[in-house]
Design a protein around this ligand. Structure first.
Ligand code: ADP
Ligand code: MG
Length: 135
């Protein structure tokens, strides 16, 4: 059982293609409450900072270019067992493996442009939401 808070990003591909409303609707329908929300654009530097844990990965540079390629919507959400339930709602990183009806299954176009981010631990949910909302 995880805690009550998670953090999410509707990524540039999903905002660009007009899927933000549908995604937010799915999030609310699944029982998550919005604690904070805003539309922002990341510089490549900010995107690199956010994804620093992946800096050794071969896809890091492309990921940072992609995440700074257009506006994103960041949200802090609450629900019981938030981390686990949200990861279930979004589906696997690679949309080809994402379960039927998950957000990535419906809206992701590739393993990189996969529509949405979800925190992977209680600790990271706080670090990631503070990155956008507490400074
Ligand atoms: P998740 O977002 O499911 O937690 P990761 O933390 O492993 O996945 O990766 C962070 C993000 O980096 C992914 O959501 C995706 O946008 C991108 N990514 C992951 N793996 C790859 C890959 N093999 N090629 C390109 N981009 C990737
Ligand atoms: Mg991750």
């Amino acid at each position: 059982m995880s805690g009550n808070v998670t953090f999410t990003i509707i990524k540039p591909d999903a905002v660009k293609s007009g899927h933000s409303g549908s995604i937010i609707k799915m999030i609310e329908k699944a029982g998550f409450k919005l604690l904070e929300m805003k539309l922002v654009s990341l510089t490549k530097e900010k995107a690199s900072e956010f994804y620093e844990v992946h800096k050794e990965k071969p896809f890091y540079d492309r990921l940072c270019n992609y995440m700074s390629s257009g506006p994103i919507i960041v949200m802090k959400l609450s629900k019981n067992n938030a981390i686990e339930d949200f990861r279930k709602l979004i589906g696997s990183t690679n949309p080809q493996d994402a379960a039927e009806g998950t957000i990535r299954n419906l809206f992701a176009t590739s393993i990189e442009a996969n529509a949405i981010h979800g925190s992977d631990s209680d600790e990271n949910a706080i670090i990631e939401s503070d990155f956008f909302f507490n400074n």
